[in-house]
Design a protein around this ligand. Structure first.
Ligand code: ADQ
Length: 488
């Protein structure tokens, strides 16, 4: 991979994503901005730094276009910038946003891309709102963009946007990254022809279209061929007047941050408190409330473990944290009730007054609590039935400066393609989960260290900064690389 720093760019970086990079809190007619600590925010910050040869000039703030939860009136006259970002809020009225975000994005694209077609709802009003909302993002970008600016569009909420930008701004560099699984064609073709064509053509407005894994790339290339008639050669699609590169860029995390947190006093305290108050073996899981995360499957696997391996009774604590998400939607409320009931039944049937097998929390965690639990636990149990990547497993591995702990990981997570040293399970196989837990509990320390070392090296080498660098390098070097391949 060529280093991005050898390339030049005179323009600014514009990110377009559904969410802004900070939370806007209004108090007494003033706004306060609380910057998100998520991966994307720190990743893009690494592209703008003090060094002379960095790709974007550090005196230019990163321009960030995203949906505003506040109304236009509430933000009138307020400065929406901090040292790094200048935010440009997009205002979408409630009716449109309901059909766009709740509807097309979360009631259709999300279940379809996560292989839950029976949950997908098809509604013309959804698609209409999706088009309107993408156009609103475009109109905001239209006010902001300048010649030479590089635009990076994020995720399934904005699949139509790259083409809208390309039509008016043929010379700007545009990247698109898709954070969830791109489904196999048999799933994708469930979308009406007009919609699927609009989505594929929309994404192909970009110079580089990125996914987490090679499988998603292959599925997209097939869709591009069957839906819009574009073939490809070595992942390059030749459009009439330009080329598009479709490739995999497995998103990662800030390895250094998690690795270096091991000895933070707050993390160390959280770790020792967990170890003191919990049983001999600790299993940990954390995820947003979502049917794709396989929370009920995980509980069933753990139940099977308790049934089959009674020698571990009173010696294991399973700490399961579920972060509230989309809980205004009925489906999610029902799922929450099922989880509550299943946890209650397992604890009632197997526990006693001295031992509660599952410690279940429905809340968010602070960073030090999270890393405290990552580093206190013997096993991280990660069982999505589908997940674009899954960052929790990478965070777990990066946090283990002590090179111990065992990762049990679903083969349905994008991350499984990179983390082959985990105990890989099928989340639908209760017995497989039960056996993996038993295997983990018995695994000799030497074996744990061997597996953990290999996974840590891989994540250290390809952290979130390498991910960003890789994506932008491919975008900037696109034409040269294409020319070079033609000569080979
Ligand atoms: P998500 O579905 O949100 O992301 P994931 O990749 O696991 O899933 O990221 C979750 C993030 O939230 C992690 O950074 C984790 O630390 C944090 N988190 C989880 N539970 C928390 C809690 N209780 N308190 C605080 N923080 C918590 C989508 C896709 C994924 C893809 C990412 C990035 O669905 O497949 O990996 O985008 O592309």
């Amino acid at each position: 991979m060529k280093d991005l720093k050898q390339t030049e760019n005179s323009g600014r970086l514009i990110i377009v994503a559904y969410r802004l990079p900070f939370k806007i809190v209004r108090e007494n007619d003033q706004v306060q901005l609380f910057q998100n600590s998520g991966g994307l925010v720190s990743a893009v910050l690494s592209l703008v730094n003090e060094q002379e040869d960095s790709m974007f000039k550090s005196d230019d703030k990163i321009q960030w276009i995203g949906f505003s939860e506040n109304t236009r009136e509430e933000l009138e006259g307020q400065s929406l910038a901090n040292d790094s970002f200048q935010a440009h809020p997009v205002f979408i009225n409630d009716d449109v946003n309901e059909n766009y975000y709740e509807g097309f994005c979360n009631n259709l694209l999300w279940p379809l891309c996560h292989y839950f077609p029976s949950l997908a709802r098809f509604d013309d009003a959804y698609f209409e709102a999706y088009q309107i909302a993408n156009k609103l993002f475009f109109e905001k970008l239209d006010e902001v963009i300048q010649p030479g600016d590089v635009v990076w569009v994020q995720d399934y909420q904005l699949m139509l946007l790259p083409e809208m930008i390309r039509q008016k701004y043929p010379d700007n560099k545009i990247g698109f990254f898709f954070h969830i699984p791109f489904p196999s064609f048999e799933l994708f073709r469930m979308l009406p022809v007009k919609w699927r064509k609009a989505l594929v053509d929309g994404m192909l407005g970009a110079d580089v279209v990125g996914f987490h894994t090679n499988d998603y790339v292959e599925y997209f290339l097939k869709a591009a061929r069957l839906v819009s008639g574009y073939g490809n050669k070595l992942h390059y699609i030749n459009m009439s007047n330009r080329i598009v590169k479709v490739d995999s860029f497995p998103i990662s995390i800030d390895f250094g941050k998690f690795n270096n947190s091991y000895n933070d006093p707050e993390v160390a305290l959280a770790r020792s408190e967990a170890r003191e108050s919990l049983k001999e073996k600790i299993i940990f899981s954390v995820d947003r409330l979502d049917y794709s995360k396989g929370i009920l499957h995980r509980l069933n696997g753990f139940k099977r473990f308790l049934e089959q391996y009674p020698e571990w009774h009173e010696r294991v604590s399973f700490v399961m944290v579920v972060v509230p998400s989309r809980d205004t939607i009925e489906q999610y409320q029902n799922m929450k009730m099922d989880i509550d009931q299943t946890v209650g039944a397992i604890n009632a049937n197997f526990g006693n007054i001295y031992w509660q097998p599952i410690i279940y929390q429905y809340r968010s965690m602070s960073y030090s609590e999270l890393v405290g639990m990552y580093t206190a636990s013997d096993v991280a149990l990660i069982t999505p039935v589908r997940d674009g990547m899954n960052l929790v497993c990478k965070e777990y591995v990066a946090s283990r400066q002590d090179v111990k702990g065992i990762l049990i990981l679903s083969e349905m997570a994008g991350a499984a393609a990179e983390l082959g040293e985990a105990l890989i399970i099928n989340p639908l196989d209760n017995q497989g989960i039960a056996d993996a837990i038993e295997e983990a509990f018995k695994m000799p320390e030497k074996e744990q260290i061997k597996r953990m070392t290999a996974m840590r090296e891989r994540i250290r080498d390809y952290d979130v900064f390498a991910w960003t660098n890789d994506f932008f390098t491919q975008m900037i070097m696109l034409e040269q690389e294409h020319e070079r391949l033609k000569q080979v």
